[in-house]
Ligand binder design. Structure first.
Ligand SMILES: *Cc1c(COP(=O)(O)O)cnc(C)c1O
Length: 389
């Protein structure tokens, strides 16, 4: 007779088949069981028709990968444990010592830091280009340039580039082009219609929508590129957990209505802030007069709930801090895409040297799902508290 722990581990009960529910099941595994030695020897991390080891995927992570690939109009997807880890996967898969990578000068900050600290340490040359000048990018891309990152719009300063022209400039010289598509989220524009080879997203933002999980993805239409990313994924050991994948799977069906709601409220508040005397500039690509608005209009049918403002130059950093600290519905914190509106003051002098200098202090807002009236009233009381004394 087997004892109770053994009987519990090798329990014979199998639930009946045929269960169907709205959400997929959550599968968790490090070990995956093979039915015999032939099956074990036939395993391959490349083959998504089977399972090899938890790191290489479960039905839950494969389901999420398929859905993210569909969302972005791609064919293959690899998940990573954060958006930054997804950037790492692309860099590790396609760069080696002596290669060059080009980044836009308004790139997501930690991506630049990864190039400066880690890639440079591995002998990869990195340079910044001006995303407002596709011809200058075309002139920079040389035989050593293996990868060009594009981002639309730029982090924090929100300039929307002529994305198709940038991608063409990169690819015409034979470099791979990877898009950081976190802002677009697969909804604002069709990433692969721009010609990019790879589209990376921080699923942490809109696909999660909860502000409670980190994840990233790399989508492509090319099987060979996909296998290179997948190989780097396995060698770096950056798998995602079933419970984390479940959180994204649960939020994904509502991403369309959430994104539209973030967009609507953000445009209303950006417009209203633009009419306030303390605000010198509103940086929201869907608003006429914002940098790159025409490119946004040529590429996009929607916008994320994200924008920045600069304050009149007569206001100092302390007053801008008072404004931020006076907000009650907008909480002070990084990231975006969740239900709660967030605010971060940025020091442009410290952030970057490249793009045209913006005078005044900059504050970025991430618009959540609160009512537009409550958010506007909050902004109004904080403007009054900070700037009219
Ligand atoms: C947040 C973000 C990332 C990184 O995502 P994490 O999941 O926070 O690592 C990358 N790119 C952009 C544009 C982002 O906004």
């Amino acid at each position: 007779m087997t004892d109770k722990p053994t009987a519990l581990i090798h329990h014979p009960y199998q639930p009946p088949e045929g269960f169907e529910a709205v959400q997929p099941a959550v599968h968790k595994a490090s070990t995956v069981i093979f039915k015999d030695t032939a099956a074990l020897r036939a395993r391959s991390w490349k083959n998504r028709a089977g399972y090899t080891y938890g790191l290489h995927g479960t039905p839950t992570t494969f389901t999420l990968e398929e859905r993210i690939a569909s969302l972005e109009g791609g064919l293959h997807c690899v998940l990573a444990p954060s958006g930054l880890a997804a950037i790492t996967l692309v860099n590790m898969a396609f760069l080696k010592a002596g290669d060059e990578v080009l980044l836009p000068n308004n790139v997501y900050g930690p991506s630049r830091e990864q190039a400066r600290v880690l890639l440079a340490g591995f002998g990869v040359v990195w340079r910044e280009y001006d995303p407002a000048d596709p011809a200058a990018l075309a002139a920079m891309v040389g035989p050593a340039t293996k990868l060009v990152w594009v981002e639309a719009p730029g982090s924090v300063t929100m300039e929307f580039p002529d994305l198709r022209a940038l991608v063409q400039a990169a690819r015409s010289q034979g470099a791979l082009c990877a898009l950081d598509n976190t802002w677009g989220a697969g909804l604002a524009f069709d990433a692969f219609a721009t010609g990019v080879d790879l589209s990376m997203q921080a699923l942490t933002k809109y696909p999660s929508g909860g502000g409670d999980v980190l994840m990233g993805s790399v989508v492509t239409r090319d099987l060979d590129l996909h296998h290179k990313v997948l190989h780097a994924h396995g060698l770096l050991g950056v798998g995602v957990a079933g419970n984390d994948a479940e959180l994204i799977l649960r939020s994904l069906p509502t991403i369309g209505v959430r994104y539209a709601a973030h967009d609507r409220t953000a445009r209303a508040l950006a417009q209203w802030l633009g009419s306030q005397p303390q605000v010198s500039r509103v940086l929201h690509p869907a608003l006429a007069g914002s940098p790159g608005h025409d490119h946004w209009a040529a590429h996009c049918s929607a916008a994320a709930g994200l924008f920045s403002v600069t304050f009149d130059e007569r206001f100092g950093a302390a007053q801008v801090d008072t404004f931020v600290n006076s907000l009650r519905h907008f909480r002070l914190g990084y990231s975006w895409g969740g239900p709660m509106s967030l605010v971060v003051p940025y020091d442009l002098d410290v952030m970057r040297k490249g793009p045209a200098r913006l005078p005044g202090h900059l504050v970025r807002f991430s618009i959540g799902l609160e009512s537009v009236d409550d958010l506007q009233a909050d902004l109004a009381q904080a403007l009054a508290a900070a700037f009219t004394r």
